[in-house]
Design a protein. Structure first.
Lengths: 315, 309
């Protein structure tokens, strides 16, 4: 068969290998001159619409022309956005209802995680190093000062954000049925936010943090039953060396162990627990029917009637 | 008027959040009150006109038939979230550039800071230390606050006011929460931050901190006023006073609640009502005890060998 198709085949099998190779190379060069540029041109033309490339379609699972379907898919098919529903109550986007405080609090938590991780690169939780590391951050690390400032102020803002969020949720009665459980998760998150801030307070190992934490943990020795100065504490054998304060500080005074414990709670323990609770919190917001309002006002005459579906509200 | 002292307190880096919190809280209370009043007016209007109540869309926001009730999250919500993130970032950046985080001298157990203050968000509890022993102010109170917050949804049986601002439909719950949050929590923090100086003494804003000031204040215990000397007598007397407070107070709450808020009372189970009663009375006990101290210099009401209240 090869012989029949061979253009140089008049001598049958005796065609020289050299000639064969030369002809092949000639052919290749001809193709390189004509076929490849044509193919390249075609492919470059194709790149002008990157949304058609395999790389693009493998990342984005749907088209993005402005259709209602694509608007919904843009939210639903994105792992970071899919906690949102595709559509919400037209009034729920009004700032005056939610104050945006829950979202702002979460955003501040992200900022704190980000700046916190960067700070961890420069910080050793030991009595010898801790304070010097903070000085180092302030004076030598590029952008170290703004990094530390941002971490501190974001922490304060987060505490304020949690309070205002809770205040708004209370004032709009958003903890009422069916959101009781999520309110409880929220209370726990409030506690963990305060604990996160409090454990971070000691870490610079300066006078401010030391005495604030001393004042704070001194209360623990007055814990009823479990503190050595608390009611019934000494009867149960509590001393400064085995009570709940000792457990918190890893010692009877705020010292190296307290610094290490603070650090671990601050950087690992509480963030993990708080993150898990946040996941539950956000999940339950959706499962409990999404954002609570602005809902249609209920009249007192309707208060004790059986619960009505959203569509029975008279519109 | 010592402006310098005032400026030093207000501009201390860790006090700035509280300086910021006051206008923020005022603004958001204003925003809530404004919406609550609008809703209350609408409710009043609809209750007076049942025919309108059947056709009205029941919100104070404009709505016309034919308008879509729902909007797409993308872009209508996400653009707001994005903007909020940018604005928060800008505020945080500007704040971080203009104001440095505090850093004092290295920790020194031998050099006590005076005043030694807890972080600002715990100053309300520290302020309570003036009036209560640490086991109450530092342990029992925070625990009660957390538990109290957690039971709120289970003892508030009022189905009205879910998902919108209102005052008239939830007078009791809102005034109770405002009292707890604004008066007992935020106001105490403000006192702890701006008023308390060296030795945790009271210095009015603008008054110079005097590190040598001593206050000669003789505090008495309530049993002493009644001439009760024996320890047993003091214990029994205190138990009667504290128990009496809860019994009489409980009776008062019951009587008022039954008359003024009959519907809510009907809806509540006995367990729900008694938990509410107990938490309310405990909360009200704080300002009462503060009043006892400030007006009559009374330190303890109930003295036992194990604990004092």
């Amino acid at each position: 068969m090869a012989d029949e198709n061979n253009p140089n085949g008049k001598n049958g099998n005796k065609v020289g290998v050299l000639e064969k190779v030369a002809a092949g190379v000639k052919d290749d060069i001809q193709a390189l001159k004509t076929d490849i540029p044509a193919k390249a041109k075609e492919q470059i033309e194709g790149l002008k619409d990157p949304t058609k490339t395999q790389v693009y379609t493998s990342i984005f699972r749907h088209k993005h022309d402005d259709t209602p379907r694509n608007r919904a898919l843009g939210v639903l098919s994105n792992v970071f956005l899919h906690l949102h529903p595709a559509k919400i109550n037209r009034d729920a986007v009004r700032y005056s209802y939610t104050w945006g405080m829950g979202g702002i609090t979460f955003y501040l938590f992200i900022i704190l995680t980000y700046t916190g991780v960067l700070l961890m690169f420069y910080y050793h939780p030991s009595k010898v190093q801790a304070f010097r590391d903070v000085l180092y951050l302030e004076h030598d690390v590029p952008f170290g000062k703004i990094l530390r400032n941002m971490h501190r102020w974001a922490a304060h803002l987060m505490v304020i954000g949690v309070w205002l969020h809770m205040f708004r949720v209370f004032l709009t009665g958003s903890y009422k049925k069916p959101r009781e459980f999520n309110w409880n998760i929220g209370v726990l998150l409030l506690v963990f936010t305060l604990l996160l801030s409090f454990t971070g307070y000691l870490l610079p190992d300066d006078q401010l943090g030391f005495w604030a934490v001393t004042v704070g943990t001194n209360m623990a020795r007055a814990t009823p039953l479990l503190g050595h100065e608390g009611p019934f504490g000494s009867m149960l054998g509590m001393t400064p060396y085995n009570d709940v304060r000792f457990g918190l500080l890893g010692g009877s005074i705020v010292d190296a162990n307290a610094l290490l414990r603070s650090y671990i709670w601050h950087c690992i323990g509480i963030p993990i627990v708080a993150s898990v609770l946040m996941i539950v919190h956000f999940w339950r917001v959706r499962k409990d029917g999404g954002i609570s309002g602005p809902a249609q006002v209920m009249l007192s005459a309707e208060a004790d009637k059986p619960r009505r579906g959203p569509k029975a509200a008279g519109e | 008027m010592d402006w310098r002292q005032l400026w030093e307190i207000c501009s201390a880096p860790d006090n700035v959040p509280i300086v910021g919190l006051i206008p923020l809280l005022a603004f958001y209370i204003y925003l809530a009150v404004k919406q609550a009043r609008a809703n209350d007016q609408l409710i009043e209007q609809l209750e007076a006109d049942p025919a309108l109540a059947k056709t009205h869309h029941r919100k104070t926001w404009p709505f016309k038939p034919g308008w879509q009730k729902e909007v797409h999250v993308w872009p209508f919500l996400l653009r707001i979230e994005f903007l909020a993130a940018i604005i928060v970032t800008i505020i945080l950046m500007v704040w971080s550039i203009t104001l440095n985080a505090p850093l004092e001298e290295p920790a020194n157990p031998n050099l006590t800071m005076n005043p030694a203050k807890a972080p600002w968000y715990f100053l309300g509890l520290q302020e309570m230390l003036v009036y209560f022993d640490p086991w109450i102010a530092g342990v029992v109170m925070p625990t009660m606050i957390i538990i109290g917050l957690m039971v709120i949804p289970y003892i508030d049986t009022n189905p009205l006011g879910s998902g919108y601002y209102t005052w008239k439909q939830r007078k009791f719950s809102i005034s109770t929460f405002m009292f707890g949050f604004v008066i007992l929590w935020v106001a105490m923090i403000i006192i702890g931050t701006f008023i308390r100086g060296p030795g945790w003494q009271w210095f009015w804003p603008g008054q110079t901190w005097d590190h040598n000031r001593l206050i000669y204040e003789v505090n008495r215990d309530l049993p002493d006023i009644f001439g009760i000397a024996s320890n047993l007598g003091k214990g029994i007397f205190g138990a009667i006073v504290v128990g009496g407070y809860y019994l009489l107070g409980g009776g008062l709450v019951y009587s008022l609640f039954r008359r003024k808020m009959g519907k809510d009372f009907q809806r509540m189970s006995l367990l729900q009502f008694s938990i509410m009663q107990f938490l309310l009375l405990t909360m009200v006990a704080l300002p009462l005890k503060m009043g006892l101290r400030l007006l009559w210099h009374i330190k303890y009401v109930w003295i036992t060998p194990w604990f004092n209240v």
